[in-house]
Design a protein around this ligand. Structure first.
Ligand SMILES: [Zn+2]
Length: 429
């Protein structure tokens, strides 16, 4: 039996696929019919199946689309095409643009423009404070009336304790979330790489893990003192101590969650010697010991989501010395295969747990509902071959500054639907 039978342009049967759907808590082998952009039927399949997975569209909650102001690094079309090619159907759009996305008007304009492209859907994450300056909070109530409940000053931490406390107080009744980019700016100032082997080898100034976890500590303290019960999400954690602090706060009843990136669980600091500025990001790649701890903490359930921190940069900002290069790498196209490879193949996590970290868990932080894979629901899903090996060569991002370029990866996106089928075998449909 062929693994996929095309009957007409509009009706397709996916035979013997392993459905892994954390939205409906369904896992098993099914024959799935897709028709007119909808899951038409889903029947249990017998035999060993095709070896392919069918999972909900990936939600990448941490994406820099660079609009407005960064059009030479990414456009809405290139960013959202890179998303779809990676199996990502929803992106959390970060606000550290020029100017910052801090008003309902600016956020609506970019979101509407991106969503009119019919690719991945944008879910904006507006700034916590005006201009991301840490002084005056944005109009959370107005954003909330637009269905937006998740805010971040990403690129920077929320600078002032009093602004963060005010954000918790005003967001709690809106069931809002602060996504914190944890960094003590004074401890990281002037740094380019991890403090340790990377700073020794490159001569660039080091950034200690403490620069991250001291801010995690600060945010948790302010949240506790606020007594608001507001949700707090710590993003792109690179230090095991940060994850430990989050888990401890959660065990004490605070609604605190966190994510890690694929690069922090896949790579360690000496990657800089091989990939140069393509391995420079903030927070930096850490030691092999920290990387291993991060993976095992994720495997033990202490990390709720994985997000790419997709950060495109024009070539001119990477073709320079490590000390001078911009922080950040692209990641939309490699999020799914690397996460699966490191956490399923590498750390024996269950398929359901890992798919949840890429779909339902980040959706819950963003405050959005996503369809699972059920008969009668819109088809928003990814057909994925977990074993296919391929080399990532041509990025669809306008920048494509990825340390995984020209690297063999395991696990490939075959088809992506959001309503209709958007992408099949490397081509947009
Ligand atoms: Zn950040």
């Amino acid at each position: 039996m062929t693994e996929e039978t095309i009957l007409t342009d509009d009706r397709k049967i996916l035979s013997g696929v392993r459905v892994i759907d954390p939205v409906n808590r369904i896992e098993g082998l099914f024959d799935v019919a897709v028709e007119g952009g909808t899951v038409a039927s889903m029947e249990p399949a017998s035999g060993n199946g095709s070896g392919l997975w069918l999972i909900p569209g990936v939600v990448d909650m941490h994406v820099h689309l660079r609009i407005p102001g960064g059009e030479n690094s990414e456009t809405l079309e290139t960013g959202l095409k890179a998303a779809v090619a990676g199996g990502v159907t929803r992106v959390g759009m970060m606000p550290n643009t020029t100017p910052a996305l801090d008003t309902p008007e600016a956020v609506s304009e970019v979101t509407a423009r991106g969503n009119s492209l019919g690719l991945a859907l944008i879910h904006p994450v507006p700034a916590v404070t005006m201009g991301r300056k840490g002084i005056e909070c944005t109009d959370f109530e107005a954003f909330s009336s637009m269905g937006i409940t998740c805010f971040s000053d990403d690129g920077s931490p929320v600078m002032n304790d009093s602004s963060l406390a005010e954000a918790f107080k005003r967001l709690a009744p809106l069931n809002g979330v602060v996504i914190e980019h944890p960094e003590v700016v004074e401890l990281a100032a002037g740094g380019a790489v991890n403090l340790g082997e990377a700073s020794n080898l490159t001569g660039a100034k080091g950034i200690p893990e403490e620069a991250e976890y001291r801010d995690v500590e600060r945010c948790i303290r302010i949240l506790g003192e606020s007594g608001t019960g507001c949700r707090l999400h710590l993003t792109h954690l690179s230090s095991p101590e940060s994850v430990r602090l989050v888990a401890q706060a959660a065990s004490e009843g605070l609604p605190v969650t966190c994510d890690v990136t694929p690069h922090h669980i896949a790579l360690e600091e000496t990657e800089l010697l091989r990939k140069g500025t393509l391995a420079k990001m903030n927070p930096p790649l850490r030691s092999e010991e920290s990387r291993r701890k991060l993976v095992s903490m994720a495997a033990s359930g202490m990390v709720s989501a994985v997000a790419s921190d997709h950060a495109p940069h024009h070539r001119s900002k990477k073709d320079c010395l490590i000390q001078d290069a911009a922080f950040g790498i692209t990641g939309l196209e490699t999020l799914l295969p690397i996460t699966v490879d490191k956490l399923v193949n590498g750390a024996s996590m269950s398929l359901m747990e890992v798919v949840a970290m890429l779909t339902s868990a980040p959706a819950s932080v963003l405050g959005i509902t996503i369809p699972g894979i059920t008969a009668g629901e819109p088809a928003e899903m990814v057909l994925f071959d977990p074993d296919e090996k391929w080399t990532f060569t041509d990025s669809l991002s306008l920048s494509g500054n990825s340390p995984f370029l020209n690297t063999e990866l395991r696990g490939k996106v075959l088809s992506v639907w959001r309503g209709r089928e958007l992408y099949r075998e490397g081509q947009f449909v």
